[in-house]
Design a protein around this ligand. Structure first.
Ligand code: PEP
Ligand code: MG
Length: 312
């Protein structure tokens, strides 16, 4: 009702019947949070660290990285900050990596795959995150981008733990990872679904392609089905499963994601108020019903139409 919607204009994310949903923000540096109202935000759900590595001849050194991470951690003394390790590749080129040009960079050496031949970049970054975390009161989590198999997840988690980073997870951006979510969660503490890449790879549509926007639409039932599989695996294992791609910023999709079992939504800071308001308008059981409607639809447009016509 209107009163609970108004009351939900601030404060933590929750459904109308009080089921709590972590609302978090996506950032590239501390500067992204200047002037942002963080009321009810539990932390950073995606700290994209590429920013620090761009436009330079050499990788940033350990101390420079420690300072940059510490600055972000200090903004959330009682919150959680999920740091994503470097997501570089031929599509996000970094000159000092000396990566060869690839004919199909989206399917090439990117994200965690860069560490196959250049582990020291990941190792230095994990060390810097761990050092910054030691001085912070924020709960610091780390996650790797572009993980495809449980073995890759296990390798990443072991490296993170070796630096004392106790909460280590992986992004789900590749359909193979979503299909094996249960196995990933046997080694990883949490999953964070990157819907920008997961829709690109699931629908076989370049995320930059405006002509294929209908396929890339996060309402695609196939994408929602993969999200649901991840969330169900998280539910069985009692582990958090969040969404940190653009899908998490769509207020109308928020109850659907919660209905699928997602426990955290991380989005650009300006999207938080509308998402919070929409969640507060639905009880948990309604969210589950909306998720069923979306999953039953034939395509993205039909899924959106079915959910919107169900109200409120
Ligand atoms: C994603 O793929 O959804 C994601 C959050 O990562 P990025 O947009 O940085 O690739
Ligand atoms: Mg991605």
């Amino acid at each position: 009702d209107e009163r609970s919607r108004l009351a939900a204009g601030r404060g933590p994310g929750r459904t109308a019947d009080g089921h709590s949903v972590d609302l978090m923000v996506n950032i590239g540096s501390a500067a992204d949070l200047r002037g942002v109202d963080l009321d009810g935000v539990t932390g950073v759900g995606l700290f994209r660290t590429e920013f620090l590595f761009l436009d330079r001849k050499d990788a940033p050194g350990l101390d420079e990285q420690v300072a940059a991470y510490a600055e972000v951690f200090s903004l959330f003394p009682e919150g959680t900050v999920v740091v994503r390790t470097l997501d570089a590749g031929a599509d996000k080129p970094l000159p000092f990596l000396g990566l060869p040009e690839e004919p199909n960079p989206a399917l090439g050496v990117r994200g965690l795959r860069v560490a196959r031949d250049r582990p020291h970049i990941l190792e230095t970054q994990l060390e810097a995150i761990a050092r910054a975390a030691e001085r912070a009161t924020a709960d610091v989590w780390v996650m790797a981008p572009m993980v495809s198999t449980p073995v890759e997840a296990e390798d990443f988690v072991a490296r993170a733990r070796a630096y004392g980073l106790h909460t280590a997870g992986v992004m789900v951006e590749v359909p193979a990872a979503a299909l094996r979510a249960e196995r990933l969660l046997e080694v990883a503490d949490f999953l964070s679904i990157g819907t920008n890449d997961l829709s690109q790879y699931t629908l076989a549509a370049d995320r930059q392609s405006g002509a294929l926007a209908d396929l890339l639409d996060p309402w695609q039932p196939a994408l929602l089905q993969l999200i649901g599989a991840c969330a169900a695996a998280g539910g069985r294992g009692g582990r958090p499963v969040g969404v940190c791609g653009e899908a998490a910023a769509d207020p109308a999709l928020a109850p659907v994601l919660v209905g699928l079992g997602v426990t955290k939504l991380s989005m650009s800071p300006r999207s938080v108020p509308a998402v919070r308001a929409r969640l507060a308008a639905h009880e948990r059981a309604e969210c589950e019903e909306l998720a069923r409607l979306a999953l039953d639809a034939a395509d993205a447009a039909a899924a959106r139409a079915a959910v919107l016509s169900a109200g409120p």
